[in-house]
Ligand binder design. Structure first.
Ligand code: 2DT
Length: 208
């Protein structure tokens, strides 16, 4: 069996530095000759992504369940390509994935975590979830919210508590209150270990 790539996801609340860390990981892995690609969800460039973008930027209102399913459909749009890449040995660094999907939608109170998880069943399951955390004081020192939906502290507190309920063995909880390079070195250690340990295994999937 040819070695497969690893599915590595960065998760966490707003302003913890996921996007910066994801691109730095990509750069370093590529520099080491490890085939790697970066993905970000929601992917606002696709047809579902454009609707999601209109929703997030408040140009459009949609019922909560509809939006939830669109976020999931946005991942399913990428699923064939993700599987192909992973099985051909490419490691994927993913900036937000199914756990954001569940944690954010379930914070609206209308949908349970169980309900929110159902459309994720069958998607490739991350080999590693790097969950970046920051304490309140550290968060308040970072630049403020924009004006997209979800960018308010009360809502994000509920999201954070939902994330706590989704943890499993693939998660590493990382204190992100460090300078960019120090944090990136720490993440890279976890990433390299996982790339090595999964290369001769089969991809797994979210199960019921
Ligand atoms: P970004 O700021 O990272 O672009 O995210 N979200 C994200 C959901 O509600 N469901 C999902 O499935 C995903 C991937 C998190 C924009 C917002 O969209 C939220 C913040």
């Amino acid at each position: 069996m040819p070695g497969r790539g690893a599915l590595i996801v960065l998760e966490g609340c707003d302003r913890v530095g996921k996007t910066t860390q994801a691109s730095k990981l990509l750069e370093k892995l590529q520099h080491r000759g490890i085939p790697t690609q970066l993905l970000k969800f929601p992917d606002r460039s696709t047809s579902t992504g454009q609707i999601i973008n209109s929703y997030l930027t408040r140009k459009m209102d949609l019922p909560d369940k509809t939006v939830h399913l669109l976020f999931s459909a946005n991942r399913w749009e990428s699923e064939p390509q993700m599987k192909k890449l992973l099985n051909s040995g490419v490691t994927l660094i993913v900036d937000r994935y199914s756990h954001s999907g569940v944690a954010f939608s379930a914070a609206k109170n209308e949908m349970s975590i169980h309900w929110c998880y159902q459309p994720e069943i069958g998607l490739p399951k991350p080999d590693l979830v790097l969950f970046l955390t920051l304490n309140e004081t550290a968060i308040s020192k970072r630049s403020g919210f924009g004006d997209e939906r979800y960018e308010n502290s009360e809502f994000l507190k509920k999201v954070a508590s939902n994330f706590q309920r989704l943890k499993d063995d693939a998660w590493k909880i990382i204190d992100a209150d460090k300078d960019i390079e120090t944090l990136n070195k720490e993440l890279l250690l976890h990433v390299e270990k996982v790339i090595e340990s999964v290369k001769d295994t089969h991809l797994s999937y979210f199960d019921p």
